[in-house]
Design a protein around this ligand. Structure first.
Ligand code: ZN
Length: 238
């Protein structure tokens, strides 16, 4: 059968294949088959073939990051005892193009399950995440990562404007879509520069929404609940 070989290279479902075979048998072995019917059969096959190809494309995961652990911590001044307690985790999410992407997060070992759980929820409710790339890609610059709306966790650094070590330094904090969920200081200054906080925009975190609630349920603290300053992208768990 000609169509068997032809169909085996496509991604058609069982019923689509069955349907084509039935049509095929009726038309080929029927003496009264007209050119019109043959043409119709041909068009159906082309149509199903096109659908299967587009389905294939839609299901394809876009890889945003695929580093080894060594690559993800390269150049970090973090001491050995911190490096020993962090790991790199593959994360799947819907980005703003509506497609599933795969990125990576470097996080404290004790928080891996929490992070997997929250990202699973985000994926199921289609909460969009721009990208999740270890911050080494931004030369360890928090500002560049935030400007790029990149979600990240581990970064051996101090709290902006202080000498105090950040919770990111031990992989115990994560920043989500930081351009859409910026930081607002005491003076009202927003960073990253040019960002605005509007809870109506998709990918923005708001009080009482599912994602924030899930983090809080797991024992994390959200920077959006802080009184004087607001760090809407920031979650931490000590
Ligand atoms: Zn943060």
């Amino acid at each position: 059968m000609i169509e068997l070989g032809f169909l085996s290279i496509t991604n058609l479902s069982y019923f689509e294949r069955l349907f084509i075979r039935i049509v095929f048998f009726f038309t080929i072995f029927n003496k009264n088959t007209t050119m019109k019917q043959l043409l119709l059969q041909f068009l159906i096959i082309i149509y199903l073939f096109t659908i299967s190809i587009s389905d294939c494309k839609a299901e394809k995961i876009i890889i945003d990051s695929k580093m080894t652990f060594e690559e993800a911590i390269a150049g970090s001044p973090a001491p050995k005892e911190i490096i020993e307690n962090i790991e790199i985790v593959d994360i799947d999410y819907y980005s703003f193009d509506g497609k599933i992407h795969r990125g990576q997060i470097v996080i404290h070992k004790e928080l891996v399950n929490d992070i997997k759980q929250v990202f699973k929820l985000m994926k199921s409710v289609k909460f969009p995440i721009q990208k999740v790339i270890p911050i080494v890609r931004y030369q360890w610059s928090d500002s560049l990562s935030m400007l790029d709306n990149n979600t990240s966790a581990f970064n051996y650094r101090t709290v902006e404007g202080t000498k105090r070590l950040s919770n990111h330094a031990t992989g115990r904090a994560i920043d989500i879509n930081p351009f859409l969920n910026p930081y607002r200081g005491r003076t009202g200054k927003i960073s990253p520069k040019g960002a605005t906080y509007n809870t109506k925009v998709r990918g923005t975190l708001a009080k009482n929404d599912t994602i924030v609630k899930e983090f809080l349920k797991l024992g994390w603290k959200w920077g959006g609940n802080w009184k004087t300053i607001k760090d809407w992208h920031h979650f931490e768990k000590k």
